[in-house]
Design a protein around this ligand. Structure first.
Ligand code: CAA
Length: 390
């Protein structure tokens, strides 16, 4: 058994639904100024999943992209992280496993802790792969952020998924084994089982995000002896992009110039700015955006990564970008996917937003809209039926 091989992210890909609403369109129908979104929150657009797109299809689409050109037989575990689960019992990852045709000798399960779930999956995957370097773990993080029409949270909705393969000798980012973490029993954001939409105390959630960052950083630095200047770039959980700017300025303190502080995160923000919040996926969308950025050569770059899940559990951890990473990215898939998207009118947004499957078990064919390679085709006898797009 080789326990010394570096472990980390070998492949990563983002999937975003094909439709979006511009926050200027939303502002025109609500009691706020578009500038409060564009400049105040640092958000321009939010992804809106059409009927036929859910957390399973988004995850499967992200995973199909991440696994392109890779041998799938080494995937021994699939971890499905979401807080928009479609079933109280069956793991959404089992649908994904079936759609991707992965080996039956595979562990598949779902985990939840608000937006922190993917990081929980990553921290479980790292020692598992270190112990058995011949195996790989596929982590999918997939969510639809919903607060309700006309709520204060509405402008911070969005949707998307990421898939990443965790392997020994990773081609993209080696993840360090030490991290700093923090838990506090709080009700800043939650979704009771009987609701489709989250409840949130917006101001409390922002305060707790910042408090958790400080606590994680303290725990991380106490263990590692590392300091702020040991890092080149940072990626944050992004409920909205100004949240990261506010948080990062706090972490940096006054001794680093504002221009350097801005540079340390700015290339990680764009995908989230035009996708909106994707909860569990969000920090990994930021990481992908940073890696994809054409203007930066990141080989050897030290990354600080902050994952926050309301309720709350947060973690600060770190990694290093590996030599030759760029040739293993899915940058062109991402840029084509994001540039081909279709803008919705306000009325179309409401139709997509309010679409729901029957809850009485009656047979229902899902209307066809543009999705990725997989879609939810129908509901029959309380069963979801997924399929590949012809
Ligand atoms: N940076 C930091 N805080 C900001 C901010 C920014 N750029 N912009 C606004 N805020 C905070 C401030 O605390 C502000 O309070 P003050 O007015 O006293 O300064 C408070 O938001 C409310 O400001 P607004 O009235 O201008 O905000 P709003 O009514 O447009 O609502 C929102 C903004 C609170 C973010 C709301 O959209 C919301 O509740 N969104 C969902 C919750 C959320 O995204 N929380 C983020 C942290 S929790 C998290 O990260 C997990 C997650 O994914 C949900």
């Amino acid at each position: 058994m080789n326990t010394t091989a570096p472990v980390g992210i070998d492949a990563i890909s983002v999937y975003c639904p094909h439709y979006y609403i511009d926050l200027k369109t939303l502002a025109a129908h609500r009691d706020f100024d578009a500038d409060a979104c564009y400049n105040g929150l640092g958000q321009e657009k939010m992804a809106v999943p059409p009927p036929g797109e859910d957390v399973v299809t988004m995850a499967a689409n992200a995973a199909a992209q991440a696994l392109e050109g890779m041998d799938r037989s080494g995937i021994g575990t699939v971890i499905f992280a979401t807080e928009s689960g479609i079933d109280q019992s069956k793991a959404g990852g089992i649908f994904v496993h079936g759609l991707l045709g992965l080996s039956p000798n595979c562990r598949v399960f779902e985990i939840k802790q608000a937006c922190y779930g993917a990081t929980a999956g990553l921290q479980m995957a790292l020692p598992a792969v270190a112990a058995d370097p011949d195996t790989s773990v596929l982590i999918v993080a997939t969510d639809i952020a919903r607060y309700g029409l006309g709520t204060a949270g509405e402008k911070t909705q969005g949707a998307g998924a990421i898939a990443m393969v965790v392997s020994a000798n990773p081609r993209l980012v080696t993840i360090d084994c030490q991290s700093g973490f923090y838990t506090e029993d709080a009700m800043d954001f939650w979704r009771p089982n009987y609701r489709d939409e989250a409840l949130v105390d917006g101001k409390a959630s922002i305060r707790l995000y910042l408090k958790s960052l400080a606590a994680c950083w303290k725990h991380y630095t106490a263990q590692t002896g590392r300091v702020f200047t040991d890092f080149d770039r940072f990626c944050y959980h992004l409920p909205f992009t100004r949240m990261a700017e506010t948080a990062h300025a706090r972490l940096a303190g006054k001794s680093t110039s504002k221009a350097i502080v801005a540079k340390q995160i700015e290339n990680s923000l764009w995908y989230n700015r035009i996708m909106g919040n994707s909860y569990t996926a969000s920090m990994y969308v930021a990481l992908t955006c940073l890696l994809d950025h054409p203007d930066e050569e990141l080989e050897g770059c030290a990354l600080g990564l902050f994952s926050y899940g309301s309720g709350c559990m947060a973690e600060f951890f770190s990694g290093t970008v590996n030599r030759g990473y760029r040739s293993h990215l899915k940058t062109s898939i991402h840029s084509q996917m994001l540039s081909r998207r279709v803008e919705l009118s306000y009325d179309e947004y409401e139709i997509f937003y309010t679409y729901a499957l029957p809850t009485d078990g009656s047979d229902h064919d899902v209307p066809v809209y543009e999705t990725g390679r997989f879609r939810l085709v129908a509901s029959r006898g309380h069963r979801r039926i997924y399929g590949a797009v012809e």
